[in-house]
Design a protein around this ligand. Structure first.
Ligand code: M6R
Length: 606
């Protein structure tokens, strides 16, 4: 995900900015850049790829005279990962340089407005609009702070930014909304960054900016304002983490951090894709794309489970027949494909060899391929005819968590988009869906700590188990498969996911008091059937953890209740619960959670 660093002080800023960006490398990026003032002129140096490419361009000795500047690592979300789209971006008069994280949703409109005033743009990014807008207001006579305040009031979307001006090398201006930004306070120097590790070797005294706060920072002072420029008093916090802990956002493992990232993932994935007032789903990439008659979803591992979950929705709500295949099977199965079929490949990394091979096979057969991908510019993203980015941000832990949630959300959006186009959804249903989706980040944010506590208690109680069944029906079935995969890959406990109705066809023979079952018993039309299946398990002495809601009458050894949400939205609570149970189990058993044995994050071989 993009990283921001800004510095005003007394040290040579160029090496400092590079080192700070290096401490953000773990977040992933595809291009980088710096801007700093020299002799009343802004120098902007950018490059594609790794920071070493940028460093190679920074070897002029006079650059080491600069003592302030801003830096950025970009993880492309909109616009290709190429040099002209890398940050910082300059205003047309060369007076201002700006770095930005987030997405400006109404940038098209604002760009048009500025173009009419003769301002030309040199990148494909939404970010450039912000620097041009601020510079425009300054040229019209506003102070820099007034221009920032005015511009931010016009912007829709999310932002964290840092801005510098060519004639004031000891100052910078920053602000945030829905993307994190933190001030670091030093002696005769001050910092701003999207993540604390960027400046942690220099200071542990920080101020967390809140939404719609802006600040003017000098080498020796700072003042935070609200959007109306009313000065605010902010609390200074002392950070107690070391760099490694800070990279994990203070969490013990990347996996846990990524599970807790999920509310923000929902926000990012929905940004620009739902219209809250019109209660509609907007997927511009698919606007001119025909609604498919049939879809073949192809993926591996966790992404396969997301695909299976999506099948249930696409078939029910958009009435599109869907087949879901494991990529390593699909590529060798002689599947009869019709030219009108759509192939949808799902991959977090975009580099999984089997999925990529299946994509190439589909293209050879002249089928259209839609890629659901997390990593921008990855092979699958580049080779698909159309790519929908799932916007989960870099996933570092080998066990995939937030990527699956983002894939499910994208599949849900696709279902609503096509279902609506086919006039299969009532406006009441759509309205409700958009409202629940908009509230989902807050609901999950509130629930995650509660889920974690329950997961910890249950993990300690069941850590003796050597095998586990995971059972569910309907949307609960792919979730059961995923719960079992998570448990086995990080805790090395044998786990099998089953469609609950399939138990009596063989697997139930394994049930005894030492073979517990994790059941997904959330409210949907198949709940009563799950409840009956669980009775069969109980009758054979099997212990049961049932993930359910307070109103449900289900018998189990342990009831794990979560607040009621209608299907399919309840899956977005169930998935983190499953992830946390596996996580707590692995932690309790002392396993290497982020780097489980025998596994790689990206499987680029067959
Ligand atoms: O990058 P991809 O989504 O294509 O990866 C697919 C699988 O390799 C991946 O989901 C794997 O199963 C994870 N380790 C699951 O946690």
């Amino acid at each position: 995900m993009c990283g921001i660093i800004g510095y005003v002080g007394h040290r040579p800023s160029v090496p400092l900015l590079i080192e700070s960006l290096r401490r953000l490398e773990y977040r992933g990026y595809d291009s980088a850049g710096l801007a700093f003032c020299l002799n009343n002129k802004l120098q902007v140096i950018k490059s594609e790829g790794k920071l070493s490419n940028l460093e190679n361009k920074l070897n002029q000795s006079e650059f080491f005279l600069a003592t302030s500047g801003i830096g950025h690592t970009r993880w492309a979300t909109h616009g290709l990962p190429i040099e002209k789209n890398a940050h910082p971006h300059l205003s047309i008069d060369g007076r201002f340089a700006l770095v930005h994280n987030g997405i400006i949703e109404n940038y098209g409109e604002l760009k048009e407005k500025l173009e009419k005033k003769g301002i030309t743009f040199s990148s494909e990014t939404d970010t450039e609009v912000l620097v041009q807008l601020i510079a425009h207001y300054v040229r019209k006579g506003d102070s820099i702070l007034q221009a920032i305040s005015k511009s931010l009031k016009e912007i829709e979307g999310s932002y964290a930014f840092a801005l510098i001006e060519c004639s004031q090398p000891d100052k910078m201006w920053v602000g945030r909304h829905s993307s994190p930004l933190i001030l670091g306070l030093g002696q005769g120097e001050n910092f701003v960054a999207s993540d604390i590790p960027a400046f942690l070797p220099y200071t542990k005294e920080v101020i967390f900016l809140e939404n719609e706060e802006i600040a003017e920072i000098t080498t020796t002072s700072y003042q935070v304002y609200d959007l109306d420029l009313t000065p605010l008093n902010k609390k200074v916090t002392t950070i107690k983490w070391d760099i490694q802990a800070a990279q994990k956002g203070g969490f013990k493992h990347f996996m846990l951090k990524e599970i807790f990232d999920q509310p923000q993932v929902i926000r990012d994935c929905l940004t620009g894709r739902i219209n809250k007032s019109k209660k509609s789903v907007i997927l511009p990439e698919l606007e001119n794309f025909p609604i498919p008659h049939k879809i073949h979803i192809i993926a591996c591992g966790t992404s396969f489970h997301a695909g299976l979950w999506g099948k249930y929705l696409l078939e029910e709500l958009a009435q599109i027949p869907v087949e879901v295949d494991i990529a390593s099977e699909f590529r060798y199965r002689k599947v009869p494909l019709s030219p009108q079929d759509l192939v949808m490949v799902i991959s977090q990394s975009g580099e999984t060899a089997d999925t990529l091979a299946a994509l190439r096979l589909a293209k050879e057969k002249k089928l259209k391929v839609l890629g659901l991908c997390n990593v921008v510019g990855s092979s699958i993203a580049r080779e698909s005819d159309i790519t929908l980015y799932t916007q989960a941000g870099p996933e570092i832990s080998v066990a995939s968590t937030k990527a699956m949630l983002s894939q499910m959300l994208t599949l849900l959006l696709l279902t609503l988009f096509w279902g609506n186009k086919k006039q299969l959804l009532t406006s009441t249903f759509l309205e409700k869906a958009i409202t629940v989706l908009s509230n989902l980040p807050e609901i999950l944010e509130e629930q995650l700590p509660v889920l974690k506590n329950s997961a910890e208690e249950l993990a300690q109680k069941y850590a003796w188990a050597r095998s586990f069944f995971y059972l569910g029906r309907g949307l609960g079935y792919p979730l059961a498969l995923e719960g079992a995969l998570k448990l086995k890959e990080i805790s090395y406990i044998h786990a099998e996911g089953y469609a609950a109705g399939e138990m009596k066809h063989g697997p139930i023979a394994l049930i005894d008091p030492d073979f517990p079952t994790f059941a997904l018993a959330l409210e949907d039309e198949l709940l009563s059937k799950v409840v009956s299946n669980l009775k069969e398990v109980q009758a054979r002495g099997g212990k049961i953890i049932a993930l359910t809601t307070p109103e449900v009458k289900v018998e189990a050894t342990d009831l794990w209740t979560v607040p009621f949400l209608e299907a399919p939205f309840n899956s977005f609570l169930a998935l983190p619960a499953l992830q946390l149970f596996a996580y707590e189990m692995a932690v309790y058993l002392g396993k290497d959670v982020d780097q489980p044995r025998n596994l790689a994050k990206s499987v680029t071989v067959e």
